[in-house]
Design a protein around this ligand. Sequence first.
Ligand SMILES: CC(C)(COP(=O)(O)OP(=O)(O)OC[C@H]1O[C@@H](n2cnc3c(N)ncnc32)[C@H](O)[C@@H]1OP(=O)(O)O)[C@@H](O)C(=O)NCCC(=O)NCCS
Length: 120
Amino acid sequence: MLIRYKRSYEKIAMGLLSFVPSEKELKSLLNTIRLYEEEENWQLFLWKEEDIIGIIGIEIVGDKAELRHLSVNPSHRNQGVGRRMVKALQEMIGSKYQIVPSEQTKQFYEKCLKPIADEE
Ligand SMILES: CC(C)(COP(=O)(O)OP(=O)(O)OC[C@H]1O[C@@H](n2cnc3c(N)ncnc32)[C@H](O)[C@@H]1OP(=O)(O)O)[C@@H](O)C(=O)NCCC(=O)NCCS
């Protein structure tokens, strides 16, 4: 399930965000976490199954929610977590905002819109 970010999750959030290509440098990462903590239109959610294993962040601009950050703990990748996060975000905010990807999340987001390919 998606849970709203709060400061007590800062360490785990920074760990997950550090896998995102734009956040490899500590300076960018610190700037990003500050945006999510301080700006009302930047919203961050953690994905919790048994543990917290993913993160998804949006920037609200008008009636659009731009998908800024998406990351899954490497030990839990390729098990559908990324897709489940996008679907849960859609269910949570989709009636209010149109979700649009950023340059960085576009490829994966578009993959999420397609049905899962049949097993060969
Ligand atoms: C992108 C990411 C969140 C996907 O999470 P995940 O839980 O592994 O995703 P799912 O299991 O739901 O889907 C896996 C599928 O997405 C594909 N995929 C992974 N990263 C992708 C990307 N950047 N673009 C397009 N497809 C991607 C996988 O190859 C796999 O494809 P398959 O189903 O055809 O085998 C994860 O790989 C990650 O954290 N990457 C590092 C962070 C990052 O690069 N974020 C920015 C891009 S969103």
